[in-house]
Design a binder for this molecule. Structure first.
Ligand code: ADP
Length: 168
């Protein structure tokens, strides 16, 4: 049985992430989606919120676990019995950091294979940060994120712009 991990910050999960997990789930016996607890970049959503959104967005898939993790991805993969790490590759700009990460991960854990899957054309332009920016400015993000995420983003920005919220 081949287990693969799909690690990311998921702040929040987008249709691009869902596409990668869905396609990876056809290639491996089990997928463990790892929500990275403490990314270096600042996050909009708490760890619990990010995990909940990932769970709700992937509820239609089978043989998938969603867990949070801290520390090195290679240790997380070993803990869950995974021999493969799956990452998405959107553009040339993703390549350099993904290549570097993959090389370092394999150096730390020689038995671990890192696989990059090309983003689907329709999602290749999506990123969590741009989606947050569009949502914050009132743009329509319905086609870019799963429904539970669209709801959460609109609640978040509605709360931030309501007079009650601004009075503190
Ligand atoms: P981080 O690397 O900080 O965890 P993300 O959560 O945005 O950042 O992304 C994690 C992984 O998901 C990366 O491999 C990234 O290339 C991939 N990814 C992000 N957005 C997309 C997308 N629209 N299509 C395919 N892969 C994506």
């Amino acid at each position: 049985m081949t287990v693969a991990v799909v690690p990311a910050s998921f702040d929040p999960i987008t249709c691009g992430h869902v596409d990668i997990v869905t396609r990876a789930s056809r290639l491996f016996d089990r997928i463990v989606v790892g929500v990275f607890a403490r990314p270096h970049k600042s996050v909009m959503f708490s760890l619990d919120e990010r995990v909940d959104m990932v769970r709700e967005s992937l509820a239609h898939l089978h043989d998938i676990d969603v867990v949070s993790y801290d520390g090195l991805t290679v240790n997380f993969a070993a803990d869950v019995g995974a021999t493969v790490v799956v990452r998405g590759l959107r553009a040339v700009s993703d390549f350099e950091s993904e290549f570097q990460q993959a090389a370092l991960n394999r150096k730390m854990s020689p038995g671990l294979e890192v696989i990059s899957m090309f983003a689907s054309v329709e999602y290749g332009f999506l990123s969590s940060s741009l989606i947050k920016e569009i949502a914050e400015n009132g743009g329509d993000i319905a086609a870019m994120v799963p429904a539970p995420v669209a709801k959460k983003l609109s609640q978040r920005f509605a709360a931030e712009t309501s007079p009650t919220a601004s009075r503190g």
